[in-house]
Write a protein that binds this ligand. Structure first.
Ligand code: B12
Ligand code: SF4
Length: 472
C-alpha cells in the first residue's frame, strides 16, 4: 500500500522564522506510512493555489495558527480547500486553537483543533483519519463530528518529554530559502517547550500549565552538529521561551558545542533573574561557545508594575544582568511593553528612563517598545474582560486583532505621540556611530537627556526621506 500524503501549511507573515511547528509535527509521523509536504505561504506567490495543488491526493491538511493576522490567511486556505474537497479533514494547531479549541470549530472549514504540544496528538489524529475514523477520545484535541452535532473536546494531553520525540527533520522544508529570505544563514531551532514562570500578560502559563520540557544537551549537540554539517549555517536562533532555565543544562550545551568544534554563533532567550544568577564563568563559557545575543523581556521600568504583572524579576537584576552582558560583549534585546490597563504615567516615564540607561550601556543593546494588547489566555486579559473589555468573538474578528501597528486601547493619543517620538530619538541617540548619523545623534542625545521631544523636525525629515520599520 502507498504512503498517505499529509499537507501542512504555514500562513503568510512578514518574518521568515522557519516553520518549526510544522517541522515538529511532520517529523513525528511515521515516514514509512506518511509522506509529508510543507507549504509555506511566505515562500509562495499564490499560497491558495499552491495548497490546492498539493492537497489533490492528500489524506488531510494541517495548519499552524497564531492569534491575529495569520488567522485570515488560514481561513482563506481552509475555505478554498473545503470548497474543492468537502470531505478533506482540516486540522488547525498552534496557539490560537490551543486557546480556543471549541470556538475555532464554529468555522465549518475546520474539523479538528489540536491543543498544546502537537507531535503525539497529531500522529494519533492522522492515524485515525487514515483508518477512516474520527479522533474520538484522542487526548489533546477537539473535533466536530460530521452533521450538526456540537463540537467535542477530548481530555487534555499531559506534556510529552521532548527526548521521546523524533529529531526535527529539516528535510521537510527548503532551509536555503529561509536563509535567502532572512539575508543570512541563520537556523531556527527549538530545544525546549513551556515555561515555569507566571507573567500575567503571557499565554504560556495557560497553554503549557507552567511545565517545561527540554532536549538533553548531548542530543542538542548531535542534532545541531548534523544540521551544521549539512547546511553550514552561521548562527542558531534558539526559539525557546526560556532557554536559560537550567544552569547545568546551559553549561552542558555550551560544552557540547566546544567539544565538537562547532563554530556557529547562537542567540537565545534569558530572564533577568536567570542572567543575574549566572556566574561570570558561565557567561564566559557561553561566549566561547558562540553566544552572541540574548533576548531578555523586561517589560517595565517600574518595580510596582513588574510586581503587578508577576514578572518575578527586580530592576536590580535587570541592571546586573545587562552589566554582565555588556562586560562579556554579548548583545541584548530588551523588549518593553507600555499601555497596560491602568498603568500610571509615572510607570511609563520610569520605563523610558530605564530604556535610556540600557541603550547607553552598549551599542549592541536594543530596546523595542510594544503597546500592550490583551492577548487571550492570560490573567490580565481575564481581568479586563471581567471589567467589560470585549474580546473578538469570531475568527474574522480575531484575524484583525494584532499587535503590530496599533497602540492598544489603554494609550491616549498624546502618550502615543510621546512614545513614538521617544522611540525615534532613542534609536538615533545610541545607535551605531557613522558620519552621516553624527549630527542627528548629537541632537537626539541632547533631546533624550532633557526629555525634550517637542517640535520633532528631525523625525519628520528622516521619515520623509526614508520610512523606518516601526520596531524599536
Ligand atoms: C518564532 C515566533 C514568531 C515568528 C513567527 C512564528 C510563525 N509560526 O510563523 C514571528 C516573529 C513572526 C512572531 C510574531 C509574533 N509573535 Co511569536 N513567537 C515565536 C516563538 C518565539 C517561537 C515559535 C516556534 O517556532 N515555536 C516552536 C514550535 C515547535 O512550537 P509551537 O509553535 O508552539 O508548535 C507546537 C504546538 O503549538 C503545536 N502546533 C503548532 N502548530 C501546529 C499545527 C498543527 C497542524 C498541529 C497538529 C499542531 C501544531 O505543535 C507544535 C509542536 O509541539 C513563540 C514562542 C515559542 N517558543 O513557541 C512566539 C509566540 C508564538 N508569538 C507570540 C506572539 C504574541 C507574537 C506577536 C503577536 C507579538 C510579538 N511581539 O512577538 C507577533 C505577531 C504574530 C502574528 N499575529 O503574526 C505568542 C503567541 C500568542 C498567540 N496567542 O498566538 C508566542 C507564544 C510568544 C508568547 N509567549 O507570548 N512570532
Ligand atoms: S513571558 Fe516568558 S518568562 Fe514570562 S511566562 Fe511567558 S514565556 Fe515565561
Amino acid at each position: 500500500m502507498g504512503r498517505h500524503k499529509v499537507v501542512l501549511y504555514n500562513p503568510r507573515a512578514v518574518f521568515f522564522t522557519m516553520p518549526l511547528a510544522l517541522v515538529a509535527v511532520g517529523s513525528a509521523l511515521d515516514p514509512q506510512r506518511y509522506q509529508v509536504r510543507v507549504v509555506d505561504g511566505r515562500l509562495e506567490r499564490t499560497p491558495v493555489q499552491a495548497v490546492l495543488a498539493e492537497v489533490e491526493d492528500a489524506l488531510c491538511l494541517g495548519i499552524t495558527v497564531l492569534t491575529g493576522a495569520p488567522i485570515q490567511d488560514a481561513l482563506e486556505v481552509s475555505r478554498a480547500v473545503k470548497a474543492r474537497h468537502p470531505g478533506m479533514p482540516i486540522i488547525w494547531g498552534g496557539w490560537h486553537p490551543s486557546l480556543f479549541p471549541l470556538e475555532t470549530l464554529d468555522e465549518p472549514a475546520v474539523d479538528v483543533t489540536v491543543q498544546g504540544q502537537g507531535e503525539v496528538t497529531f500522529a494519533a489524529v492522522v492515524e485515525r483519519l487514515a483508518e477512516g475514523e474520527l479522533p474520538a477520545g484522542v487526548a489533546g484535541c477537539a473535533y466536530r463530528p460530521p452533521g450538526r452535532e456540537a463540537p467535542v473536546a477530548n481530555p487534555p494531553r499531559p506534556m510529552t518529554d521532548m527526548n521521546t520525540l523524533p529529531a526535527a527533520n529539516y528535510g521537510l522544508i527548503a532551509v536555503d530559502s529561509y536563509f535567502a529570505r532572512k539575508g543570512r544563514r541563520q537556523l531556527d531551532y527549538i530545544s525546549s517547550v513551556g515555561c515555569y514562570y507566571r507573567c500575567a500578560f503571557c499565554a504560556d502559563p495557560f497553554v503549557y500549565r507552567r511545565r517545561w520540557s527540554a532536549i538533553e544537551p548531548a542530543r542538542v549537540g548531535d542534532e545541531l552538529e548534523h544540521l551544521w554539517r549539512r547546511h553550514r549555517f552561521e548562527e542558531v536562533a534558539f526559539q525557546d521561551e526560556t532557554f536559560f532555565t537550567h544552569r547545568k543544562r546551559v553549561v552542558a550545551i555550551a560544552e557540547e558545542f566546544l567539544r565538537r568544534g562547532l563554530t556557529f554563533t547562537w542567540t537565545a532567550t534569558m530572564r533577568a533573574d536567570q542572567g543575574h544568577r549566572l556566574s561570570d564563568e558561565i557567561f564566559a563559557l557561553c561566549v566561547r561557545a558562540g553566544l552572541r545575543r540574548v533576548m531578555i523581556g523586561v517589560e517595565s521600568g517600574s518595580q510596582q508594575m513588574l510586581d503587578w504583572m508577576t514578572k518575578d524579576i527586580t530592576l536590580e537584576q535587570v541592571m546586573a544582568c545587562a552589566e554582565k552582558c555588556a562586560r562579556h560583549g554579548i548583545g541584548a534585546i530588551f523588549p518593553f511593553i507600555v499601555g497596560f490597563p491602568g498603568e500610571p504615567d509615572e510607570a511609563v516615564e520610569a520605563t523610558l528612563e530605564l530604556i535610556k540607561r540600557l541603550r547607553a550601556m552598549s551599542p549592541d543593546f536594543e530596546t523595542p517598545i510594544f503597546y500592550y494588547k490583551p492577548y487571550p489566555g492570560s490573567r490580565i486579559t481575564d481581568e479586563v474582560v471581567r471589567r467589560g473589555y470585549r474580546l473578538p468573538q469570531s475568527l474574522e474578528e480575531w484575524a484583525r486583532f494584532d499587535f503590530i501597528g496599533s497602540s492598544g486601547p489603554w494609550v491616549s493619543r498624546e502618550k502615543y505621540e510621546q512614545i513614538e517620538r521617544f522611540k525615534f530619538y532613542n534609536r538615533f541617540a545610541w545607535g551605531p556611530e557613522t558620519w552621516w548619523r553624527r549630527p542627528l545623534q548629537v541632537l537626539a542625545r541632547w533631546r533624550c537627556r532633557r526629555n525634550f521631544y517637542h517640535l520633532p523636525v528631525e523625525k519628520v525629515i528622516v521619515e520623509r526621506l526614508k520610512p523606518l520599520p516601526k520596531l524599536s
